[in-house]
Write a protein that binds this ligand. Structure first.
Ligand code: ADP
Length: 359
């Protein structure tokens, strides 16, 4: 048997652990080149934030070495092509719209949105944020572009708003439309038409993930907001505190309502505990212990991870330079959350596509 056939056969025994199907069957092996003692190919994953990247790579190497011996130098590029999580062809440049929601205000929804966006971008994904929090748009402050106003593209993409790009993230905020010192009372239809415009009338570049920072709560506004655009999945942010959990539960129920039916990608527990810098082995559970984890488990949604209370997270948010950009420990916590979320979304999209193909 020629060497190429042996390599393909070997790769056919390697499964994507999430999709439980062989990489070859899934069409993930690209650009296979074999010359003399070199074997090269690309594994095209469903997200650059795949937490199983190293495992898949090692599985491929082991399978090939078992089939052809160890005389070949194997080079594998771990690439990714994020699958589109909606059906709207005119939005094909935005692969997945993800709603970030919380029942209660002040639990850190915007902080998580900002850091999660940066963590996703650090894996190589193209990321945008729509700040749709009509009650308190804080993304402009968290990205230090509070006083910027997006301009209109008068040339090629006539009439479209150009998003502000900061730290590699494309941004649009409801805050850009309102003077910072003036309270604007947004009504549901106004907010949802603004959100629709933010999706359709903004000159977004290619985006793998567009995070929508929703207002806190579960009112009619939320119903109209999430129905205004094709949301692929939702993430719930909560603190472990009883009152926050009760509201988070309402948020979960909202996404599960028949007329909304948006897949829940998971729950993030923020402000899980506090560790004083001078007592690094201590954990103080100021808002209670494990409440978020339990809510996720009781609601049968994935637990994406926990973020402690840290002064640097608050301070970086206020200074407009999210902590994930400068603190390796926080970056690692948000990377874990980003990977789990992207993995969950990829699995859900694959299942949905399979279902749609069968039906
Ligand atoms: P929400 O969007 O839910 O209203 P924010 O993200 O605006 O909440 O956070 C509320 C406040 O709490 C902000 O001042 C923010 O800096 C702070 N904060 C959020 N998460 C943390 C954390 N893990 N540690 C310390 N401060 C935090």
């Amino acid at each position: 048997m020629d060497i190429e056939k042996k390599v393909i056969q070997a790769l056919n025994t390697v499964d994507d652990p999430d999709l439980k199907q062989s990489l070859v069957e899934l069409g993930m092996i690209k650009d296979l080149k074999i010359n003399q003692q070199h074997i090269y190919f690309e594994v095209e994953l469903t997200t650059p934030a795949c937490p199983l990247k190293e495992k898949i790579k090692n599985d491929c190497i082991q399978a090939i070495e078992k089939a052809v011996g160890q005389d070949y130098e194997i080079a594998i590029k771990m690439g990714a092509r994020v699958v589109q999580g909606h059906q709207q062809s005119k939005l094909s440049h935005i692969k997945n719209i993800i709603a970030i929601a919380s029942g209660k205000g002040g639990v850190g929804k915007s902080t998580v949105t900002a850091n999660l966006a940066i963590a996703l971008a650090q894996t190589g994904a193209k990321v945008g944020i729509i700040d749709a929090d009509i009650f308190g748009p804080s993304i402009p402050i968290m990205f230090n572009c509070e006083f910027e106003r997006p301009s209109m593209d008068e040339s090629s993409d006539k009439g479209k708003i150009i998003p502000i790009t900061q730290y590699g993230i494309q941004l649009i905020s409801i805050g850009f439309l309102t003077p910072p010192d003036q309270a604007v009372i947004w009504r549901g239809p106004m907010a949802s038409s603004a959100l629709r415009q933010f999706i359709n009338d903004v000159a977004w570049g290619e985006l793998d993930y567009l995070l929508v920072d929703l207002p806190p709560g579960t009112s009619d506004i939320h119903l109209t907001l999430v129905q205004a655009v094709p949301v692929a999945g939702a993430v719930i942010v909560t603190t472990p505190q009883k009152v926050a959990l009760a509201d988070a539960q309402k948020g979960i129920a909202m996404f599960r309502q028949a007329q909304i039916n948006i897949p829940l990608l998971g729950l993030v527990e923020n402000m899980s505990y506090f560790t004083p810098p001078e007592l690094p082995e201590k954990k103080y559970y100021i808002f209670g212990q494990n409440g978020g984890k339990q809510l996720a488990s009781n609601s049968e949604i994935p637990f994406l991870g926990e973020i402690p209370i840290q002064e640097i997270i608050r301070d970086s948010g206020d200074k407009g330079y999210p902590a994930t950009l400068k603190n390796p420990e926080i970056a690692s916590a948000f990377k874990g959350i980003a990977e789990k979320m992207a993995q969950e979304l990829a699995i859900k999209t694959a299942k949905k596509t399979e279902h749609e193909t069968i039906n």
